[in-house]
Design a protein around this ligand. Structure first.
Ligand SMILES: Nc1nc2c(ncn2[C@@H]2O[C@H](COP(=O)(O)OP(=O)(O)OP(=O)(O)O)[C@@H](O)[C@H]2O)c(=O)[nH]1
Ligand SMILES: [Mg+2]
Length: 322
C-alpha cells in the first residue's frame, strides 16, 4: 500500500478502474492520471486528504460514487433531438449508423469505460450551478451562492446499451475566481456556454468565454453548446427577441442552441441527454476510426472529422451497417 498525494493506493486493481480513473478530475491533467497510467494496477481504497487548493473541487472519490450503477432514467435508446434546427450540431433523427452498428456488435472499444469531461462556463450568476443541480439532483436554490473556483458532478448514462459517463465541471463566473477555474478547462469533450436569456450582455460575453475555453482545448475535438438560462423569467415576446440574437451567436460559434429553466426544469433533462448522446456518438466514431486505421496498419488519424459534428456528420458513408 502506498500514499501518493494523499491517496491511499493498493495494488490488485479491478481492470475497469484504470480507464475509468484515467480521466478523473484533476487540475490541468496531473495527479490521478499519472498514478493510474503507471501500469502497476493501483486501485483507490480511500482518500486520506487529497491536495486541497483554494477553489478545488470539494468532492472526494468516495463521495463521487464513481462506480454507481446507471439509473433507469438515464438510459438512452434513441437520439434525443435538437431544440432548433437552425443551430444544431446535427439534425439527424438517429445515431450515426456506424455507431448503432458498433453498439449492437459490442465494438465500442474503451468508450464504455471512459469518462467524458464537460465544462460549463459563462458569466457570474447566469445559472450554471442551478442548471447542473437541476439535472443531477433535481433541486433548485433561489439563493445565489457563488461558485468558488470549480466543482463537479458525475452522471452515468447508458447509451444504446453501452455505459457512458459524463463529468460535469461547474466553473466560477466571477472574475476573481476565473484563473482558478480556467486551469480545469483542459481535456473537455464538450463545452457548455451559459448566458441569461434576460441579460443581453451575458450573451455578448459568450464569445469571450468560448475563446478562453478553446485556449485549453482543440476546437476540432470539442462539441459546443450555447444555453440560454432562466427562460421562466422571459415573457414569450421577450423570449422571441432574445432567441433571434442567440441563434445568430450560436451559428457564429458553431454551437448547438438550447433554452432552459432550472426553476421549472423546462428542457433541462432534454438538454443533458442531448449532450450525453452527441458526446457518446463522437467518442464511438473516433474509436471506430482509430481501430479501423490500426487494422489496416496505415496512418492513425488523431483528429476525427466526425467528432466535430456541426454540419459535417453526413460527410462519411457508413462502412458497416447501411
Ligand atoms: N428564475 C430563475 N432563477 C434562476 C434560474 N437559474 C438560476 N437562477 C438564480 O440565479 C442565481 C444564480 O444562479 P447560480 O446557478 O448560482 O449562478 P452561477 O452561474 O453558478 O454563478 P457563479 O457560480 O457565480 O458563476 C440564483 O439566485 C438562482 O436561484 C432559473 O432558471 N430561473
Ligand atoms: Mg455557480
Amino acid at each position: 500500500m502506498s500514499h501518493v498525494l494523499g491517496l491511499e493506493l493498493r495494488r490488485e486493481a479491478p481492470p475497469l478502474l484504470g480507464p475509468l480513473l484515467s480521466s478523473f478530475p484533476h487540475p490541468a491533467g496531473s495527479w490521478p492520471s499519472q498514478i493510474l497510467r503507471s501500469n502497476h494496477g493501483f486501485s483507490i481504497t480511500s482518500l486520506t486528504g487529497p491536495p486541497r487548493l483554494l477553489g478545488a473541487p470539494s468532492k472526494t472519490a468516495g463521495e463521487m460514487n464513481i462506480l454507481a450503477p446507471v439509473r433507469r432514467d438515464r438510459v438512452l435508446a434513441e437520439l434525443p433531438q435538437c431544440l432548433r434546427k437552425e443551430a444544431a450540431l446535427h439534425v439527424h433523427k438517429d445515431f450515426h449508423p456506424r455507431v448503432t452498428c458498433a453498439c449492437q456488435e459490442h465494438r465500442t472499444g474503451t468508450v464504455g469505460f471512459k469518462i467524458s469531461k464537460v465544462i460549463v462556463v459563462g458569466d457570474l450568476s447566469v445559472g450554471k450551478t442551478c442548471l447542473i443541480n437541476r439535472f443531477c439532483k433535481d433541486t433548485f436554490d433561489k439563493n445565489y451562492k457563488a461558485t468558488i473556483g470549480v466543482d463537479f458532478e458525475m452522471e452515468r448514462f447508458e447509451v444504446l446499451g453501452v455505459p457512458f459517463s459524463l463529468q460535469l465541471w461547474d466553473t466560477a463566473g466571477q472574475e476573481r475566481f476565473k484563473c482558478i477555474a480556467s486551469t480545469y478547462y483542459r481535456g473537455a469533450q464538450a463545452i457548455i456556454i451559459v448566458f441569461n436569456l434576460n441579460d443581453v450582455a451575458s450573451l455578448e460575453h459568450t464569445r469571450q468565454w468560448l475563446a478562453d475555453a478553446l485556449k485549453e482545448n482543440d476546437p476540432a475535438n470539442v462539441l459546443l453548446f450555447l444555453v440560454g438560462s432562466k427562460k421562466d423569467l422571459s415573457t414569450p415576446a421577450q423570449y422571441v427577441l432574445m432567441e433571434k440574437d442567440a441563434l445568430k451567436v450560436a451559428q457564429e460559434l458553431k454551437a448547438e442552441y438550447w433554452a432552459v429553466s432550472s426553476l421549472t426544469g423546462e428542457n433541462v433533462r432534454e438538454f443533458f441527454f442531448r449532450v450525453a448522446a452527441l458526446t457518446f456518438e463522437a467518442n464511438v466514431l473516433a474509436e471506430l476510426e482509430k481501430s479501423g486505421a490500426r487494422r489496416i496498419g496505415d496512418v492513425v488519424r488523431i483528429h476525427s472529422d466526425d467528432s466535430n459534428l456541426y454540419l459535417t456528420a453526413s460527410k462519411k458513408k457508413p462502412t458497416c451497417c447501411p
